[in-house]
Design a protein around this ligand. Structure first.
Ligand code: DAH
Length: 346
């Protein structure tokens, strides 16, 4: 190979390369071309290997041509590269176009179960009166669930609570949150303002107003000089906060072994406003909870001197509160996990 051969090869290489670059449809093809022509093992290098065989005087001449060829190819690559990249960008932008005016897909949020929600609503109200929430065990001993609440083993009042027992001597599933009163009294010194929300269990035939598993919220206040008027004022405020500031309330005599005197607490019928309708059994009133002054015997079991301390307690069913508030007529809805029901709340 002499100077003329090599120069011709270089010119051919330039012409081929420029034609291929001009016709390259995309940047991947261009990259392949670049490697093929200018790469370490590319065609230009291959041609230049022939330089060594030339007389020394001719070498720089080939070198000059080779540089010109390289320069021409590089600028053609750059130019065509800019073209295909802008075409590719335009295509990509078109393909990935987002219509920012389309309404978004809503994120589905979970909701609290209405029983939990009701307990929180109740707690929020009593917290404003300084009540603090406590926990108490679901598996309780017979003594705390009954005896220390002034319900001895053979007491007929036990019939009020149909009990589920567990396989451990003296243990049962608590039938109400009232044993929490004893536990708070034993753990704290007065003044006590305790709220005890929790799950309760009874051996019940399930129907629209009875479940074998349900919640209660227990309240307990103990101090020196606590009276029934304090209880009445507090519960009246509670009912107004929960059901409406215009709602009238009343006490009716009731009976619970652990309170003396005991009352049922009523709010005026939320459906008819007091004139009497089927929802309130035509009485004009709806009972929302049981309450009373803590029995001296219960104070003693709690380790408190009844001569010095007085207190009141109350217990309510959050599901019942929710049912009254929203006109729900079947307690079983709270246990069935039907989303159509559950999603209606908050
Ligand atoms: N423990 C009662 C029940 O399960 C509810 C109750 C009534 C609780 C009166 C009280 C109370 O603290 O004073 O039916």
């Amino acid at each position: 190979m002499d100077l003329a051969d090599l120069t011709r090869e270089l010119e051919t290489l330039r012409a081929d390369a420029l034609a291929a670059i001009a016709g390259a449809p995309d940047s991947a093809t261009l990259e392949a071309l670049e490697l093929d022509v200018l790469g370490k093992k590319g065609r230009l290098t291959t041609v230049l290997r022939g330089i060594g065989a030339l007389p020394p005087d001719d070498r720089p001449k080939v070198g000059a041509v080779a540089n010109a060829v390289r320069g021409a190819i590089e600028s053609a690559l750059a130019e065509r590269g800019a073209e295909v990249r802008s075409t590719e960008l335009a295509a990509r932008l078109a393909a990935e176009a987002v219509d920012v005016t389309t309404p978004g897909r809503p994120v589905r949020r979970g909701t609290l179960h209405p029983s939990i929600e009701a307990m929180r609503e109740i707690a929020e109200i009593f917290e404003q009166f300084g009540f603090v929430t406590y926990e108490s065990p679901e598996i309780e001993d017979d003594r705390t669930n009954f005896q220390m609440l002034n319900i001895p083993p053979d007491h007929p009042a036990r019939d009020l609570w149909d009990t589920l027992y567990v396989d451990v001597e003296g243990k049962l599933l608590r039938t109400h949150t009232s044993p929490g009163q004893i536990r708070v009294m034993q753990a704290e010194r007065p003044p006590i303002r305790a709220l005890l929300p929790g799950r309760c269990f009874r051996y019940e035939a399930v129907d629209a107003s009875h479940a074998s598993e349900f919640f209660q919220v227990e309240g307990l206040m103990i101090d020196e000089g606590t009276t029934m008027a304090d209880l009445k004022g507090l519960l009246d405020q509670f009912a107004k906060a929960m059901f409406g500031a215009d709602k009238r309330t009343r006490f009716r005599p009731g009976y619970y072994p652990f309170t003396e005197p005991s009352v049922a607490f009523d709010v005026e019928c939320l459906v008819c406003g007091g004139s009497g309708c089927p929802a309130c059994g035509r009485s004009g009133w709806m009972t929302i909870l049981g309450a009373g002054m803590v029995h001296p015997v219960v104070l003693q079991y709690g380790g408190l001197d009844p001569e010095r301390y007085q207190g009141f307690a109350f217990g309510m069913g959050p599901e019942r509160i929710k049912m009254l508030k929203h006109g729900i007529t079947d307690l079983r809805l709270f246990l069935e996990n039907d989303l159509r029901f559950l999603e209606q709340f908050r």
